[in-house]
Unconditional design. Sequence first.
Length: 299
Amino acid sequence: MDIVVFGAGSLGSLVGGLLAREHAVTLVGRDPHVAAVRESGLRVGGQFDFTVRPDATTDGTGLAADLAVVTVKAFDTAAAAEALATGRFDAAISLQNGMGSEETLAASLDCPVLAGTATYGAVRREPGAVDCTGRGEVVLGPREGGTSEAADRAGRAFSTAGVETTVADDMPRRLWEKLAVNAGINATTALARVENGALLDGPASEVAGDAARETARVARAEGVELGDDEAVEAVERVARATAANTSSMQQDVLAGRRTEIESINGHVCARARERGKSVPVNRTLTNLLRARERDRPQD
Ligand code: KPL
């Protein structure tokens, strides 16, 4: 299969590297990473040890493939959609943190847009190299729920490349569960400066559990059946599977980059406000990250 992976950050590079073992992959990203991949290939380390040679480009316009896998940060989705709309794809899938990116892509693209979640831990340590710090899984399916041929095809493409994959018919619920996981893990680890495994016990685990419980409450107000215990168990499961991982938000804070706080805890707060629910832990986490970002140099 021809696959474009749009976004060559930590997760995009890992997913692109895994898919490139079986498929013809084009990785869309930025220099110096793209230049290094072109020069010496993409090294995938940590829990894997192999090098692949995907095509790599900094120009995401005019591409054509069977599948576009979108892995950019949530706030870069509109720009990605605009670039992808100049190309041709049979299907696209969002493998991004936060919620709402599928709708942004679907508004621009002339192909089925699938929803997906990924709980692999990944860190891009240097240009041309990415480490897998935790083997999670990819779950994908039609974004409204149900089944589709496009989802089955994408699922087979991921599975044959050795990516642990489930094709699901309940993506709306899965997206809320993943939001609860990210709402619990990302901001908490970024502020406490701890790895994901530190959320399995101790003071930070209480904050993560409360943020996840609040997210489940908002999900239920939106008609999605996600129990408090299920949300907390999902946080624990992912924290265990990615115990050695530095969450993507902590990586962003450490590198002085913009974070995805608005599309994770900020999104929970916005939806809670609409439903008249109070989510004090998510609000505190959001405000603390916003306070940090106010002093960050602009991109
Ligand atoms: O999605 C993640 C992230 O860091 O953004 C998890 C799964 C929590 C892995 O760290």
